[in-house]
Design a protein around this ligand. Sequence first.
Ligand code: HEM
Length: 430
Amino acid sequence: MSNETQDLAAPAEMAARLVNPASFGDPATLHADLAWLRGHQPVSLVDTAGVDPFWLVSRHGDIMDIERQPDIFRNGDLSTVLIGSPMLKAVENATGCPHLTRNMVNMDGAEHRAYRSLVQSWFMPGNVKKLTDDIREIARAHVDRMMGLGGECDFVADVALHYPLHVIMSILGVPEEDEQRMLMLTQQLFGARDPELSRKADAMADPDTAIKVFGAVVADFHAYFSNITASRRAEPRDDLATIIANAMIDGKPIDERAANDFYILVATAGHDTTSASTAGAIWALAERPALLAEVKANPDLIPALVDEAIRWVTPVKHFMRAVARDHEVNGHQYKAGDWVMLSYMSANRDEAVFDDPFEFRLDRPANKQIAFGYGPHLCVGQHLARLEMKTLFEELLPRIESLEIAGEPAWTQATLVSGPKRLPIRFTQS
Ligand code: HEM
């Protein structure tokens, strides 16, 4: 490492925390670390045991500038998510590339556009809006169930986890009886080091075991979705599963693996993230009775509640990029082959963009949160996520009078997707 590079290294203890899944169980400490980096070293080298060194980009504006240049900051060449070096090698040995599955997140340029355009129009607001009645019915059923729980529940386990799962699974044509299996598989993929969620959390430090566990999870997903592909090819319906199963690129049907990886992406990206943000909103309201009263009195504030909760939780903590050639952004010189972390978790607390970034506020005139990313990979599911959350709060808020935390909440210990894992609440009905 050159002296110049060394000067930009994140302090050792901080670097170790930033890559440790367990730290994400304590977001306040991580937020303090990230605030320090934004103030002192907005592009910091994280060089710590167990992971390949990478540049952590902590400021909102720098992340947007990087995402505006997808030909230089690419998704396909290195892992798009933070994983340990031994694990990365194991993935490369198993798949021949740095990615466990091949989907649009780790594609670039024309290939990315081709895959994304297969589903983009389906996810546009005009089309997603057609699902409003179905989503409202699912939301109401979940609220009815919650009201039957006697005034106390774990909002994550009892409502937040199942509601977006049910929406996305119905969109993908997965029957209700199989949803628990999908939930388990997603948690095993994203929460693989969280002792409460993983198949073999204690053994996951060993890359050979980890790759076997991940491989088994992906194989389970594939086995499941192969049946859906076959059924939608035989009997097309008016749903997203049919679009994926019959997708054509360059006049040829996509192969079964590509279709399966597509389902995995939509199935997994589409619920943990939305659940985490939904639970975050209820957590914030439970701690702020005045805010709860305000939104109840004025439901026009619900969209602001949704966006603030998404900013607050920022369930997708980062994505990684690979630098294609030497290039400078806002005074920092990146080198070809560098690995770069876009820390959305940090960007959404950037004091240069948000007044009182650590406050939960509904009066942010235009919430500039970038929890959905930015640029060509901007979350394709953002309108669906917002619609789901808005609909749930429209159904839930009129039916509760008061809300309070009734135990010790907890956060998922995972570096990629993390949010409330447990949220015990007490509520009275209106
Ligand atoms: C991509 C966040 C909900 C499907 C992304 C990205 C982020 C993100 C940060 C990467 C953006 C980038 O690289 O610039 C979130 C959050 C959600 C959410 C915070 C909920 C609050 C959903 C839902 C779906 C979905 C509901 C689908 C049903 C996708 C897909 C991509 C993506 C397919 C890949 C897009 C691409 O690479 O072109 N999301 N997401 N997401 N998301 Fe979401």
